[in-house]
Design a protein around this ligand. Structure first.
Ligand SMILES: [Fe+2]
Length: 427
């Protein structure tokens, strides 16, 4: 495509963030205007479309309906998810998979993790939170910087996990422009941590934010191509399920970065959790990204401001700039141990505060991170971390498991595990 207005781009974090912000905002505005439409006209289209969805969600909430789609794992495995269920899932961009694992299996994994960290004297050795991404109160951590327990690896390489990841990945368009952007049937086993929040815990929760990137979303060439329809006046063609140009580009480093491309973020419940006990909320509208990306271009935002988004902090979704979207924030329904929860990678999410929590709040974070250029590069680092029992490079360098003899061993990898770590099949 030839355009009258090419966008400047920065493949690494610009030295002068404010200058780059001024420059890119002016360039995107000019590019939109080259289409014959103004930014204000585009904004009208976006807000009209989103207002309709927000009102639909508000009405469903007011009727006491469950806004989150719920799909039974057995239907995924049997291929009997209906077209209506699929359409609803795509409309909301998030889902609870019921019975993803048998409840007893999940409760056993939860106990196995406790045994694993206790056997290895984790609580005696724990040095406190190494980052402030998740706050921690009290003497025991809620987020365990533990990546290589047998329980986590068994879940990551299980057929049930592979089936769900594949099902979710196929909701995306992964072939276009003569290229396959990712392999929907091969996951890269992105290792993440565990949360165990005990009964009686009080937590301030986590503010609404999104995780796919920060200023790089506007400033790198790959993201500019991925969001091309938002930046060139053809916003009606923007498709949040199109993976084109998203799976190979660079990202600006930061303490909260996720190096891989995830189609969905997710976690698997290791305890039963009631919907009012400090659980995950989302704005279940995948198209909301259009609003988030275009809002800074309006003229009530300072020229050097991206509505508060900057490097090294999560992308905030806030009442001041995103009031329409915040009206649609909605929590998950009650879940049981063994259910899993998934949300589109661009989706606004938060964790509600809780006081004197009833029951446990235990999850293991396992997303869908299908094989692609970016994820293959990170898999090299993951494999090295796995072999050494180290913290993966996206996370603080805590390395508690280096000396733990009973961490998951390479000999225990199955075919899915080996493929996910970029290792050759066992010969
Ligand atoms: Fe997040």
């Amino acid at each position: 495509m030839t355009t009258a207005t090419e966008l400047p781009h920065w493949e690494a974090t610009p030295e002068d963030l404010k200058a780059a912000t001024r420059e890119i905002k002016a360039a995107i505005r000019a590019r939109i205007e080259a289409s014959g439409r103004t930014v204000e006209e585009i904004w009208e289209v976006v807000t009209a479309q989103l207002t309709e969805k927000v009102e639909e969600i508000e009405a469903a909430k007011a009727r006491g309906e469950n806004v989150w789609p719920v799909i039974e794992y057995t239907d995924i495995e049997a291929g009997t998810v209906t077209p209506e269920q699929l359409a609803y899932l795509k409309s909301r961009g998030c889902v609870v998979i019921r019975g993803h694992f048998p409840r007893e299996q999940a409760l056993q994994w939860d106990q196995d993790i406790v045994d694993y960290v206790e056997r290895n004297h984790f609580f005696e050795d724990y040095k406190g939170p190494a980052d402030d991404f998740f706050g921690s109160v009290g003497s025991k951590p809620e987020i365990f910087p533990v990546y290589w327990s047998p329980a986590q690896m068994q879940a990551r390489q299980s057929d049930r996990m592979a089936n769900v990841q594949s099902f979710l990945n196929h909701l995306w368009t992964y072939e276009s422009e003569g290229k396959q952007w990712f392999d929907p049937d091969r996951d890269s086993l992105y290792p993440d941590r565990i949360r165990r929040r005990p009964p009686g815990a009080s937590s301030g929760g986590l503010g609404a934010h999104l995780d796919p990137g920060t200023l790089d979303l506007w400033m790198t060439e790959a993201y500019q191509q991925a969001f091309r329809h938002l930046f060139d006046g053809s916003v009606e063609a923007y498709d949040p399920w199109d993976a084109s140009f998203r799976t190979d580009g660079p990202q600006y480093p930061g303490t909260t970065m996720c190096s891989v491309f995830r189609t969905f973020q997710g976690w698997t419940a290791l305890s039963d959790m009631a919907h009012d006990q400090g659980v995950l909320h989302t704005v279940p509208i995948p198209e909301a990204m259009a609003y988030l990306m275009l809002r800074p271009l309006l003229d009530d935002v300072a020229e050097d401001d991206m509505c508060g988004t900057t490097v090294n902090q999560v992308f905030p979704a806030i009442e001041q700039w995103h009031p329409l979207l915040m009206r649609a924030l909605v929590g998950i329904p009650d879940v049981q141990a063994g259910d899993s929860v998934w949300w589109h990678c661009d989706m606004i999410h938060s964790v509600a505060p809780v006081t004197d929590q009833q029951g446990w709040g235990n999850v293991m974070y396992i997303p869908a991170a299908p094989w692609c250029g970016r994820n293959a590069r990170y898999a090299d680092k993951v494999r090295a971390a796995f072999e050494a029992g180290e913290s993966p490079s996206d996370f603080p360098e805590e390395h508690y498991e280096r000396t733990w003899p009973d961490r998951f061993q390479p000999s225990q990898l199955n075919a899915t595990g080996r493929r996910g770590l970029g290792m050759p099949p066992q010969g």
